[in-house]
Write a protein of this length. Structure first.
Length: 150
């Protein structure tokens, strides 16, 4: 499983909320126009009620989904800010304390794994309980900054 930043999850959630609200609201307006015969559609008279009812239910569900996603936004905003602070804290500590001259001998592929393992062990000295996907995400960023030519 690949780690996804909480800022990106927040942006996806906002996009989903706006999309569902827009489609739900627009759909309900179209159903209302259909029900008032302002928007004439070639539908058999006995199917008008069923079509209107089914489409209304679908668009109300869209509105509910949009509202649910909007309710999550405040918590997700707080989580994203907390993650940003945690990233900054970990980054500052790591770059102050990590000795970059370790494991400089070996083939390129082996060197990557040696360095990565040493970086991982160093990170575990202070942050042993990080989620594995989050840890991998951070270590990849750190590795690319420390060894840009690798």
């Amino acid at each position: 499983m690949t780690y996804q930043e909480k800022d990106k999850k927040l942006a996806d959630n906002k996009s989903t909320a706006y999309s569902f609200l827009l489609i739900g609201g627009g759909g309900l307006i179209l159903v209302l126009l259909f029900a008032l015969d302002i928007l004439p559609l070639p539908v058999a008279p006995h199917m008008r009620i069923m079509l209107g009812t089914v489409m209304t239910v679908i668009f109300v569900i869209f509105l509910v989904i949009g509202a649910i996603h909007f309710r999550k936004i405040s918590q997700m905003t707080a989580d994203a800010a907390q993650e940003k602070d945690q990233n900054t804290e970990i980054r500052e500590w790591f770059f102050k304390t990590y000795p970059t001259e370790l494991s400089e001998s070996g083939e390129k592929e082996q060197l990557y794994f040696k360095r990565y393992e040493q970086m991982q062990n160093h990170l575990h000295t202070r942050y042993p309980d990080l989620a594995e996907d989050y840890e991998d995400y951070l270590l990849e960023q750190f590795y690319n900054e420390i060894y840009p030519d690798a």
